[in-house]
Ligand binder design. Structure first.
Ligand SMILES: [Zn+2]
Length: 695
């Protein structure tokens, strides 16, 4: 996943004189640190709010200067000036929103709720500024005669459409309503996220009887014992809804009733008719989005969103999703039959339920491939996997990552690396924050502390919640986590290798159904035999992963893909359906979900990967966009075919990918970029093949 901070707000110092008091607040000026990294050792809670307010003031002054410029509107004095209009907000926003996701506190959360409407109003003040739009429109209307580069045309088009899509061309009354809608949406979005966080924290499964731990691996029990101890219940074991706790529990716990308990708690987050309930919140969000889309001339919010994507329309998206669904569901059903067979062998007369899927899948995996996660994990020590990802990038693109020990961080768990190109030039700084903590939301993502433009190099981070080392046992990753690490590092490469002129076009600022290509293609290397031998070494003995184990890993790649694809598609289709709604009267979100899933023929043993009351993606930046993972999966499999054809580290192919995709950001239409790399449009077959759905 990828996280966007204030996209509307951009950078320049030229128009603003920093005469007011700057002492003490590190956000008021460029960070005076090596590489320009955020001075986490100086940043304090009380710095954020004044910096936001000062940043708003600064950007307002910069925009006023654009408007009052006596010269004719030009690309430079209008579009570039706008792209660079918010240095302070850029700095404070990047740090603040990374902290509220990775390291929040009650005070930071409270401040984010306080600032949300202020920032949203400020954003509206800009995009609904008629005088500013007049100048942008003037540049846009004469774009053909300006002899702009491809990237400049793209930025101009982007900025112009951003204003149009924000209501710049609407009348004053409609603009007023739009402001209200945006304000409400931003507050509702925060409420939604905080409700989920509260729900995650509220659920604690304490186990006090050793027999209830049956089936669970030692490392996992140890971690759970530590958790319980930290929660003040020494001698017990604590399991939570975090992926790193819930998923191993579902996978290994013999106690079926407890599996049901943790599963049910997970899928009912935000659905308890209490203060953390999200049913009404999500319905309100959907209604406001629909109203907004219709005001801007679209029939649904889905089509409003998709207008700015590679897919372009809901028809294109649904066609792809339905096509894949036709292969995925039968495969999932066949998998369910196999799981039921194993259950039958146990002779308890139990029928496969949703909370059994992981548990019996693990048993089946063992039976079929004689492969258990416990066998592979010793070879996937976090540091080895991370170094493996770095090595792959080095072999492909010639880059190196060196650990920096003198860069301030917000937590001792955070590590920082200096990223250099093959010729020794500096590409950027890369932060990794891999372990869970209270105040970090679930999942994994990439984000920026500073975006690239011109000569300014980016500061990029990866955040995840992998199992923390316990005692002498280091953090050992599951195969899934190995792929997650490579995935997020793929986003990081997109952010680090970018070579664009403008902030608005650089790095991962691409259309959403293209943004997962660099991340998803990077996952492919993680389990290639040649690559596994490079990094997968036993954490105790240093022994390279044996060929027999590699063979098993490769053989089981298509294992359980029916389930994985089905739960992903179900969520993607649910997201699309929710945003294709054209009438909200009498809308009941859970009834809607049920009817949508019934129509698809989804089996009760599988739930959509996310349900509406905790579908964070679609409340964040992925509304009518969760399909992007499938869309990009077509792209990444087709793109990786190029490496299959030419060689895993073929320099020419790697170079084509780097120059046409990783360096290009959004400086050109994504389909053009893709074809420049691949020589043709992407095909669906490699994906179906890699998921074991066709031969
Ligand atoms: Zn991603």
């Amino acid at each position: 996943m990828i996280k966007k901070t204030l996209t509307i707000l951009a950078v320049s110092c030229m128009l603003y004189s920093c005469a007011t008091k700057t002492e003490g607040n590190p956000f008021f000026t460029e960070f005076k640190t090596e590489y320009g990294v955020p001075p986490f050792d100086q940043i304090k809670l009380e710095h954020y709010e004044p910096a936001f307010l000062k940043g708003i003031e600064e950007q307002n002054a910069n925009i006023k200067a654009i408007i009052e410029n006596k010269e004719e509107p030009t690309f430079e004095n209008t579009i570039v000036a706008y792209d660079e209009s918010s240095p302070i907000l850029g700095r404070v926003g990047a740090v603040f929103f990374n902290m509220t996701d990775a390291n929040t506190t009650d005070s930071l959360t409270a401040l984010s709720i306080k600032m949300a409407p202020v920032l949203s109003e400020h954003g509206d003040n800009i995009v609904l500024n008629a005088d500013l739009f007049k100048r942008i429109d003037a540049v846009y209307q004469k774009r053909e005669s300006l002899q702009l580069t491809t990237e400049q045309k793209r930025l101009l088009d982007k900025v112009y459409k951003e204003f149009i899509r924000s209501g710049a061309a609407l009348d004053a009354q409609k603009q007023g309503r739009l402001r209200e809608i945006n304000k409400e949406l931003s507050t509702l979005g925060l409420t939604f996220g905080n409700n989920i966080l509260n729900e995650n924290n509220a659920f604690q499964l304490f186990v006090d009887k050793k027999e209830d731990l049956a089936g669970l691996p030692d490392w996992f029990c140890q971690a759970a014992a530590e958790e319980a101890k930290a929660a003040g219940k020494s001698g017990q074991w604590l399991f939570t809804l975090q992926n790193s706790s819930r998923l191993p529990f579902l996978q290994y716990a013999d106690n079926r009733a407890l599996r049901e308990k943790i599963y049910t708690a997970y899928i009912n987050r935000g659905n308890h008719n209490d203060k953390n309930d999200n049913k009404k919140v999500i319905s309100q969000i959907l209604a406001l989005r629909l109203e907004k889309a219709q005001m801007l001339g679209f029939d649904s919010y889905a089509n409003f969103v998709l207008d700015q994507t590679m897919a372009k329309t809901d028809v294109a998206v649904m066609t792809l999703l339905n096509k894949v669904w036709a292969y995925a569901l039968p495969k999932a059903k066949a998998e369910a039959v196999e799981l039921q067979k194993i259950m039958n062998k146990a002779g308890k007369g139990e029928k496969l339920a949703a909370w059994d899927w992981w548990y019996y899948t693990e048993k089946l995996r063992k039976e079929k491939y004689n492969l258990s996660e416990e066998e592979t994990k010793p070879y996937f020590k976090l540091e080895n996997v991370r170094d493996g990802a770095f090595m792959v990038a080095h072999n492909l693109y010639g880059i190196t990552l060196e650990k920096l020990t003198n860069v301030p961080t917000y937590d001792p768990d955070v590590e920082v690396f200096n990223v250099k190109d093959a010729d020794g030039s500096q590409l950027g700084v890369f932060y990794v924050d891999y372990f869970p903590r209270a105040g970090k939301r679930g999942g994994a993502w990439m984000s920026n502390y500073r975006e690239q433009r011109g000569d300014i190099r980016p500061l990029v981070c990866n955040v995840a919640s992998f199992t923390k080392p316990v005692g002498d046992t280091p953090s050992l990753l599951t195969l899934d986590e190995v792929e997650t690490l490579f995935h997020e590092f793929g986003h990081a490469l997109h952010g680090l290798l970018t070579k664009c002129q403008y902030k608005g076009t650089s790095g991962t600022n691409v259309v959403r159904d293209f943004v997962e290509l660099p991340s998803q293609i990077n996952e492919h290397w993680s389990t290639e035999p040649e690559v596994l031998k490079m990094y997968a070494k036993h954490y105790k003995t240093g022994e390279v992963i044996p060929d027999s184990l590699i063979a098993k890993i490769v053989k089981q790649k298509t294992f359980n893909q029916g389930f994985v694809t089905t739960e992903l598609l179900a969520a993607a289709i649910l997201d699309m359906n929710l945003h294709m709604v054209k009438e909200m009267n009498g809308f009941d979100v859970l009834a809607f979900e049920k009817s949508a899933m019934d129509q698809l023929g989804l089996i009760p043993e599988i739930a959509p990967r996310y349900r509406p009351t905790y579908f964070n993606h679609i409340v964040g930046g992925y509304a009518a966009g969760y399909y992007s993972y499938v869309w990009a999966n077509v792209l990444d499999n087709d793109a990786f075919e190029a490496f299959n054809e030419k060689g895993l580290f073929d320099q020419q192919t790697a170079n084509l990918f780097r120059r046409n995709v990783l360096e290009k950001g959004d400086s050109e239409d994504p389909m053009v970029l893709y074809k420049n790399f691949r020589g043709a449009e992407p095909q669906m077959e490699p994906m179906l093949k890699n998921r074991g759905m066709i031969e």
